[in-house]
Design a protein around this ligand. Structure first.
Ligand SMILES: Nc1ncnc2c1ncn2[C@@H]1O[C@H](COP(=O)(O)OP(=O)(O)O)[C@@H](O)[C@H]1O
Ligand SMILES: [Mg+2]
Length: 307
């Protein structure tokens, strides 16, 4: 089981290592994790207590467990550096390219262990990651870039062409840009290409790494709307890493909060949204209304799960 509530390294000395003052959602962690699927069926993805080390020495994930049910949208929330991208890359196995290793724990996708699988086989089995920073192939046109998503498929040109049209239906803005090199399109359009390319894989599970990053609020709404539609219409399950907690909780049914490489809280989206610490530290809200992080007095700036 994840060590929820454990103090991270570097805790200020003035905070005594008292027994954790548990929030309601911390009380039954194991039951909670298993309740994600709701109907008791096996989850599509099960990350079980993984530890990740970079360069053989830098311990970044310290026992992370999470589940994504079949057909669900699950949010992985946390500040910059919490370990969100590392978690996603552990699942897609793109970690090795960055000298990272899953040194403990297991990752199961649709009942099969994948933590040691080759990244290309992970993709073939139906897991695709949309990397942070909407990476595009700048020398390719929008359409060529989208088609790279289909290069492992063996179901023929016609099916691929149909899916391409489907991507343009989701992202009508890309139609007019189909012959433009992706280096010349806007950040929002690049994010659409990155998601569209992933859709061309016909995935069962999409790992989305901060799709809202650097985009104007209206565009964020648009992209999140498309994510919800994709989930419903293409039956793609989604694990969504986000710092934009408010937006992510609008589309996800369940959420995990990651801090310092540990899951410190998890629960259904409504519960997480109502959690006093989440409201204060991630949503900038308190009972008396909006408040900036700086205005919160230091003694209040101690999350219950670190107590
Ligand atoms: N390739 C790497 N080598 C060493 N440390 C890394 C590497 N990638 C990320 N880290 C470290 O791991 C921690 C988590 O990073 P990351 O997973 O990118 O967090 P997030 O996506 O939540 O911002 C950070 O402290 C970061 O500095
Ligand atoms: Mg990241």
């Amino acid at each position: 089981m994840t060590q929820r509530g454990a103090a991270p390294d570097g805790r200020p000395p003035e905070i005594p290592p008292a027994a954790p003052m548990r929030t309601a959602s911390l009380e039954q962690p194991s039951r909670r994790v298993h309740s994600v699927s709701g109907d008791g069926s096996d989850p599509l993805l099960r990350v079980n207590n993984i530890e990740v080390v970079y360069d053989h020495v830098i311990l970044v994930l310290k026992g992370v467990s999470l589940e994504v049910p079949q057909g669900g949208i699950v949010a992985l929330l946390g500040a910059n550096g919490a370990g969100k991208s590392t978690t996603l890359k552990s699942i897609s196995n793109l970690l090795r390219a960055e000298r990272g290793d899953v040194t403990k724990g297991t990752i199961e996708f649709a009942g099969t262990r994948i933590e040691k699988m080759d990244p290309s086989r992970v993709v073939k089995s139906g897991v695709v990651q949309v990397m942070e920073g909407r990476r595009c192939f700048e020398h390719l046109t929008v359409e060529e870039d989208l088609l790279t998503g289909a290069h492992t498929r063996r179901d023929g040109r016609r099916a691929i062409k149909q899916d391409l049209e489907r991507v343009y239906e989701y992202f009508p803005r890309l139609v007019a840009r189909r012959s433009v090199k992706t280096g010349y399109i806007s950040g929002g359009e690049q994010q659409m290409v990155a998601i569209g390319r992933a859709l061309m894989v016909r995935p069962k599970l999409m790992l989305l790494d901060e799709p809202s990053m650097g985009l104007a609020p209206q565009l964020v709404q648009e992209i999140f709307g498309i994510i919800t539609r994709m989930n419903r219409e293409e039956n793609v399950s989604i694990l969504l890493a986000e710092q934009n907690v408010a937006q992510a909780l609008k589309v996800a049914q369940y959420a995990y909060v990651l801090e310092n490489g540990r899951i410190v809280l998890d629960g259904d989206a409504q519960t997480i949204q109502g959690n006093a610490d989440i409201r204060e530290f991630y949503l900038g809200l308190t009972e008396i209304g909006k408040k900036s992080y700086r205005e919160v007095k230091y003694y209040r700036r101690r999350k219950r799960w670190l107590a």
